[in-house]
Design a protein around this ligand. Structure first.
Ligand code: 2IT
Length: 445
């Protein structure tokens, strides 16, 4: 029999100073501990201990030269967390804040998220403390070359298939894939999120954001509601936020905020035109990591150094980075009448914020369910690469919608109904855990 506090104290002892990893594991263990305690097979096979320990952690040195001919040294990581369900799969993050603990939390989350997609994908994550902010395109290219020169030793199309994440978009994936080909002379789809000219899938750039909105549509349906006429707050301005903004607008909602590390934009008219969406892409490609110029360009308000959770909205989609939404932010959203919260960034909400939404009976979708559309379409990209075929945008989008509907259904199936309120956190964690744990039992050790 497991005791939550005891298990977590042991985990902390084994993984000191890895707060984000402890937080991510704590969320899952809390949801599944009763299930495990009711299931002697899980207890005897030590599933909880084994599922919280990464299969492999790789760290490597990345040496490159900046535009002033200074030698730069960064650290690269790949955490191959769990390959029970398929080859290791998950993104690469280039951000100054990362540490081993971040990649362990992300690899752990990815394992469960990938399980929810029902595709044959294990979980992994990697990246570097290199930040593209303020770098020239040539510097980014040289860094990507140096990074892949090391990473290529550990990945392969049947072993481990990285993709993008924060700081790694189509441009970086291009430089990384180019170097992989130069070294290995293989056309294997070893990365996803590739450009369409060289093996990428249509809809992959939009997939995480579109998927989040498809999940929201299902959630609202469950409460006899629709997106039509809803006011929406989005944080972030990257790939994921961009997809949410486009699809939410298309389905009749009005997105009034986006944000960056410098503050947030309040656009009363809605971030609702092709021109505005193109501008979001331009902002991202500028490598400056700021949203302020949007305000001037489109006559919107810029609120410096603040987050958008103080604006009255019906739906909130945190799409920026982990722990971006605090308890105070959650209280402010609820006080202003928020009706649904869709965590779209990985672990975007602090545990206290998440628990507050649930206590207030606000329907709350956790990131591993809501944002799974991104990796799901990565799985579809792998399938197309293996078949040497390319599906139409419509074919990919139809499959994405089906996958998001199924994830929503899985959450309902495994969520304890609390007087008509759906606890999506429990539902997602239990559905995801059961698939990995049952496969682990069948595979032995
Ligand atoms: O967090 C994520 O799911 C991703 N960054 C995408 C991973 C992938 O392999 O497409």
């Amino acid at each position: 029999m497991y005791n939550y506090d005891e298990f977590m104290a042991n985990l902390e002892r084994r993984n000191p100073a890895e707060g984000e990893f402890i937080q991510a594991v704590g969320g899952v263990v809390e949801s599944v501990i009763d299930l495990v305690n009711d299931n002697p097979a899980y207890i005897n096979a030590k599933i909880l201990e084994r599922i919280t320990e990464p299969d492999r952690v790789v760290s490597f040195k990345v040496e490159w030269e900046d535009d002033d001919h200074n030698v730069q040294v960064n650290r690269g990581y790949r955490v191959q967390f769990n390959n029970t369900l398929g080859p290791y799969k998950g993104g690469l993050r280039f951000h100054s804040s990362v540490s081993l603990g971040s990649f362990k939390f992300l690899g752990f989350e990815q394992t469960f998220k990938n399980s929810l997609t029902t595709l044959p994908l294990g979980g992994a994550k990697g990246g570097s403390d290199f930040s593209p902010r303020g770098k020239s395109d040539n510097e980014i290219m040289r860094f990507c070359r140096a990074f892949m020169t090391q990473l290529q030793k550990y990945i392969g199309p049947e072993t481990d298939i990285p993709a993008g994440d924060i700081g790694v978009g189509a441009k970086e994936i291009g430089y990384l894939y180019g170097q992989y080909k130069r070294i290995r002379d293989e056309n294997a789809g070893v990365l996803t999120g590739k450009g369409h000219l060289w093996g990428g899938s249509l809809i992959r750039p939009e997939a995480a954001g579109y998927g989040a909105v498809y999940f929201a549509r299902e959630m609202l349906k469950r409460y006899n509601d629709t997106l039509e006429g809803k006011r929406v707050a989005v944080s972030g301005f990257g790939n994921v936020a961009w997809g949410v903004v486009k699809k939410a607008t298309e389905l009749g909602a009005k997105v009034v905020t986006i944000s960056g590390p410098d503050g947030y934009i309040y656009d009363e008219e809605g971030v609702s035109t092709q021109e505005k969406w193109n501008y979001m892409v331009q902002l991202r490609l500028s490598n400056n990591d700021i949203v302020a110029p949007y305000a001037q360009r489109f006559g919107a308000q810029f609120i410096p150094r603040k987050k958008p959770w103080e604006v009255p909205v019906d739906l909130a989609f945190p799409c920026a980075i982990q722990n971006e939404l605090s308890l105070e932010d959650a209280q402010s959203l609820v006080a202003n009448g928020v009706k649904y919260v869709l965590e779209t960034s990985n672990m975007g909400c602090r545990r206290e914020a998440e628990n507050f939404f649930i206590a207030q009976k606000i329907p709350y979708g956790p990131g591993k369910a809501v944002n799974a559309g991104g990796v799901a379409v990565s799985g579809l990209e792998m399938a197309q690469n293996a078949m040497k075929l390319s599906w139409t945008a419509q074919e990919v989008d139809d499959k994405l919608q089906q996958i998001m509907q199924n994830i929503h259904k899985a959450c309902l199936t495994h969520s304890p109904e609390e007087g008509g309120y759906v606890n999506y956190v429990k539902g997602a964690n239990i559905a995801a855990f059961k698939r990995v744990a049952d496969a682990m039992l069948e595979l032995g050790y």
